[in-house]
Write a protein that binds this ligand. Sequence first.
Ligand SMILES: [Fe+2]
Ligand SMILES: [Fe+2]
Length: 324
Amino acid sequence: MSTQTTTKAGALDQWLTELAAAGLDAPWTQPGPLIRPKKSAMQAHVWRWREIEPLLRRSPEFMQPGRGAERRILRLDNPGVPERTAAHTISVAVQYLLPGEVAPAHRHTPDAIRFMLHGEGAFTTIEGDKFVMRRGDLVVTPSMAWHDHGNDGTEPVIWTDGLDSPVVRYLENLFGEEFEGDAQPVRTGPPARHRHYSWNTAYAELTSRAKGDADPFDDVIMEYLDPATGRSVVPAIGCYLQMLRPGVRTRAHKETSSAVYHVVAGAGATEIDGVRHEWGEGDFFAVPPRALHAHANAGAAPAILFSFQDVPLLKTLGFYRVEA
Ligand SMILES: [Fe+2]
Ligand SMILES: [Fe+2]
């Protein structure tokens, strides 16, 4: 019997060697189920503005935007994501430009979204249309659209960038190219497409919704939608503006999507899988997929959150689920 087992085992080893040589794998030769549940590597994490801002303001000592490095950004590095992005699907950075500086024109496969944080004078030129970015404005650069940034003002400017580059990388299609010259010629007249969402319009919409029914999980929330399609601003990432009214504690839920939040104003806390994460103005925080999360605002002023979420991507694939 033992001889037979040895023979069998020997034959199996020989067969597996032949299998590997033929470029094949027999997953049932490994213990455990065929489809193994995989825990999300992405972690709940908070990035503090009081740490980000001074480091960002020192970055011009070490880097000038130009060909090569292209953008003076600090990327939010999630401790669980091997590619060092804020979420496994969304790359979030803060970008800094001094007066007169230009981040040279280029284009690339990832979609990019900017949400303006600080300073006057920032602009993004997309396919020849120049969009001035004021605090709270959102500007969308779709895949393969030429774009350059600049600062026409007298003070440094800061915005946050959200890109679907991790998804594009996973799909093995991450590439881009440089424009000839630093800045594109700017066209006059109305822009070819709606790419700029003003803070005043978005905030007015949010405050008007705050008078109506609240969402049990997000209190008052709205998604930015492309008026041309009625869909999310880019296919993989949805952008949301949200208000947690004073005293609100939302119901906890799990979503298959992931989110990276920026605190526009106010303070509060988000409980993620039983751990309370406090946040204040300027902070960023990440909520991983399938983590149980609930938001709270114990303060006397509304808390305003902006977020990048991969909800549209999960919905397109049929994987979006919510569990209360
Ligand atoms: Fe870019
Ligand atoms: Fe949620």
